[in-house]
Design a protein around this ligand. Structure first.
Ligand code: 5GP
Length: 214
């Protein structure tokens, strides 16, 4: 009963971070598909849509002027410039979701996760997904054949720098087996949803127990 998503509670912000080529997207997609009370945070970006990307589903594609207006109006939880384009997480839909009791998942980079958790430490849960080995990560990057050899080398070396910062995360999940890694991620979400401090239904429930006639 206590994990019933309809009980009054404050939602959480689940930040899932990993180097590319570790299978994070498949894990987070499934977590969203399996939980009606978990939504993906859709970032705003100034970059052009890629083929197959849809406005409002993959990103909110905006021009630089609108993006800068949003910065001025304090509309972002955090924003960053990556390879000349700006990316930011719009604050209003995220805060509205948390207040409704829904949770928000961020498919975000390391720096973004750190900024958001500094802004809202009580709401943020940081999960780092690691490859079972750098060799396996290299194999997956080669198999998807999206990147040149030099880009793959750069990604692998950056991954080593990033995993060295594992102590900044609340949880580390190793994606050696999809089903097991997924089960870990789902358990983290379920347990975090149960935290006493997020569950406003507990106080009146306990009051009811105390007032129950013997
Ligand atoms: P891409 O253009 O390939 O979709 O994303 C480029 C990079 O921007 C990725 O590392 C992605 O994680 C990051 N990114 C996407 N949205 C946001 C955001 O809202 N904030 C920050 N800090 N980074 C983001």
């Amino acid at each position: 009963m206590s994990n019933d998503p309809h009980l009054p509670r404050r939602g959480l912000m689940m930040m899932v971070v990993s180097p590319s080529g570790v299978g994070k997207t498949s894990l987070t997609r499934r977590l969203i598909a399996d939980h009606a009370d978990l939504h993906l945070s859709i970032s705003a970006t100034t970059r052009q849509p890629r083929p197959g990307e849809h406005d409002g589903r993959d990103y909110h594609f905006v021009d630089r002027l609108s993006f800068d207006d949003m910065i001025e109006n304090d509309a972002f939880l955090e924003w960053a410039e990556v390879y000349g384009n700006r990316y930011g997480s719009p604050k209003a839909p995220i805060m509205a979701a948390l207040e409704r009791g829904d949770s928000v998942l961020f498919d975000i980079d390391f720096q973004g996760a750190m900024k958001i958790s500094a802004y809202a430490p009580e709401d943020a849960v940081k999960v780092y997904v690691m490859p079972p080995s750098i060799g396996e990560m290299s194999r997956r990057l080669h198999a998807r054949s999206q990147d040149s050899e030099s880009v793959i080398r750069m990604r692998l070396s950056r991954a080593k720098d990033e995993v060295a910062q594992w102590e900044k995360f609340d949880y580390v999940v190793i994606n050696d087996d999809f089903d097991r890694a997924y089960a870990d991620l789902a358990h983290i979400f379920h347990a975090e949803r149960l935290r006493r401090a997020r569950n406003s239904w507990i106080a009146p429930f306990v009051q009811g127990l105390i007032e129950e006639p013997l």
